[in-house]
Structures are given as C-alpha cells and as structure tokens.
Design a protein around this ligand. Structure first.
Ligand code: AMP
Length: 312
C-alpha cells in the first residue's frame, strides 16, 4: 500500500457545552476540526489549521499531538478566548439545538499556511466560516482532492461565500436538512443534484442515525447506519464521519467509486463510535481493531442475497 498522504484540515477548534437526554459536559474538547482530525489520524497524518485562545487547555493540544496531528498551523492567541458552542439534543438526536455560538478568536483569524502545508494533496475544509475555508483553499498549491462541510449557521449567515466554496471543491458533505435548506429542494435526490450543479462532482448527504448517501457523478451508494444500543452524544458525528472518510481516501491515494464507497463506510464506523460517549472521549479509547470489527459488522448489515429467479 502507498504511504498515506497527509490531510490538511481547517475548521473550528472548540470548547463545547452539550446536554443530551443522558448527561452533559461543560467546556469539553470539541470543534469540527478537532473531531475530524482525530478521526482522520487513524488513517493518515494530519496537518491542522485553526486558532484557539490561551484558555484552551494544554492537555487538549497534547492529545492532538499524541495522535500524530501536526499543530504547526494552529495559532494560539495570547489573551484570546477559544471558540465556544453550546447546544442540546432532545430525544430526536438528529437535531442539534444551538443555544450559543461564540466565534471569539475565529472572528479575526487570518490563516497563513506553513510552507509544508501548501503542497497538501488532500484538503478538508471542515465546518467554519466559508471565507476562512476560501482563504485556506487559495493557499494550497495543487491539491488532488478538496472536500468541504458546513452547517445551517453559515448557510444562513454567509450563503454567497459558501456557494463560492462549493464551486471550488470536489466533494461536499452536508446533512439532509442543510442540503434542503441550501437548495430549497424537498427531495434529497434533487437537493444532491442541485448541490452537484453548484460545483462538486461528489456530494455526500449525512442522515444522522439513518446512514449516508453518496452521489458521485451519475452513480449513487447508500450506506446504512450502525444499530447502536447506547448513544450518549451525537455532537461531532458528522465531523468524525468526514475525517474518517478523507483519512481513508488519503491512505489509498485514489478516488475511484470503489474507494469512495469504502470511505463512506469507514466514515460511518468512526461516527458510530464517536456518538457512544461525550466529546472525543470514545475516540480516545478507540483502536484499529475496533475500527476493523465495526467495518465487518457494517458489511454484514448491508449484505443481502440475490433475488430468487422464480419469485416475481
Ligand atoms: P457536528 O459533527 O455537526 O455534530 O459538529 C459539531 C461541532 O461543530 C461542535 O463540536 C461545535 O464546536 C462545532 N460547531 C458548532 N457551530 C459551529 C459553527 N457555527 N462553525 C463551526 N463549528 C461549529
């Protein structure tokens, strides 16, 4: 197998306060870039671009480093306050209710990529201000694959910048509600096509606990979700999905439909583990053997026999 290429990731690095029907955490490690970097780090080296204040606990940076994540692109603003998100989930765990979003140090962030980052082949623009996503994209020299994610906050707040991001990336991730909101289409199939018309050849629609759909050119693939008995906190499911996805693609070094289908399954594996505990706590205990075991479990759930010739 080829050496995995490093994945460049930009996105929110956060302290999250989250309540779900089974518990809550305050100022816990979170953020789209943190979830996706840790998920990707199981497959490929990661180079992280982001910003935190000096209130961001040192142990979180040490944990990211322990996962082999390069933090040369992370700025620590003296006296600055880290991005914070507060939200809660009721029994419909697919719906995150935002209570508070504080951009803090992200409000004035001007990412400047270290030289080694500019030649990154795999780029993941995780959820953050689409203008920052564009600034990062314009500093990368000749990427093989660019992928973006976003959320309702930016669809409502910066739709034009977001559409510019979509024009320039190869793959877009969105959850079903966001895809409907951005395109105005009720049908998920029509929404995915409308997103493809905006730019990305490949669109991945995440349906929370109901799996994910991959649209690639004119083909599509449906991945199931894993029937988890215990869900603690869905925060970061989408980010760990995307991180697992791009990490796996970078480890293979190709973007064929077969690789993308497997990447969707690896993304689903990472997301399914992530929701078993709050913050990144489950990923801290995750092993390669766990990932392999659940990949096989996914394969079994999705398998079915060929139709009987005589039935219809
Ligand atoms: P998800 O994978 O969609 O559950 O993403 C959850 C993460 O998104 C949380 O850890 C938050 O810190 C982060 N987040 C929430 N709001 C925003 C925002 N407006 N921009 C960037 N990241 C955000």
């Amino acid at each position: 197998m080829p050496e995995p290429s490093p994945v460049l990731i930009v996105g929110s690095m956060a302290l999250d306060s989250v309540r779900t029907p089974v518990g809550e955490v305050k100022d816990a490690l979170g953020g789209a870039a943190d979830y996706s970097s840790v998920a990707a780090s199981f497959f490929a080296p990661v180079r992280l671009v982001g910003v935190v204040g000096d209130d961001f606990p040192r142990e979180h940076l040490d944990y990211l480093t322990s996962r082999g994540i390069d933090l040369a692109g992370v700025e620590i603003v003296p006296g600055g306050r880290t991005f914070r998100w507060a939200g809660y989930y009721d029994f419909d765990l697919n719906i995150a209710h935002t209570l508070d979003t504080q951009l803090n140090v992200f409000a004035d962030f001007q990412p400047k990529l270290p030289d080694a980052y500019r030649r990154a082949q795999y780029v993941f623009l995780a959820n953050i201000d689409p203008e920052l996503q564009l600034q990062v994209l314009s500093q990368v020299e000749n990427p093989a694959l660019t992928v973006c994610d976003t959320m309702n906050f930016w669809i409502e707040g910066k739709p034009d910048a977001l559409k510019e991001v979509l024009r320039r990336v190869d793959i877009a991730f969105m959850n079903d509600a966001e895809a409907r909101q951005l395109t105005g289409k009720l049908s998920i199939i029509k929404a995915a096509k409308a997103l493809q018309d905006l730019g990305p050849k490949t669109v991945i629609i995440k349906k929370g606990e109901h799996g994910a759909l991959l649209f690639h050119g004119g083909q599509h693939f449906a991945a199931p979700s894993y029937p988890l008995e215990d869900i603690a906190d869905p925060t970061g499911a989408g980010d760990s999905f995307a991180g697992g996805f791009i990490g796996y693609v970078a480890s293979r070094g190709d973007t064929s439909m077969a690789t993308l289908r497997k990447a969707v399954v690896y993304g689903s594996v990472l997301a399914s583990y992530n929701v078993e505990d709050f913050s990144l706590n489950r990923m801290r205990r995750l092993t390669d053997a766990d990932i392999a075991a659940r990949y096989r479990a996914f394969q079994e759930i999705a398998y079915f026999e060929a139709m009987d010739e005589a039935t219809v």
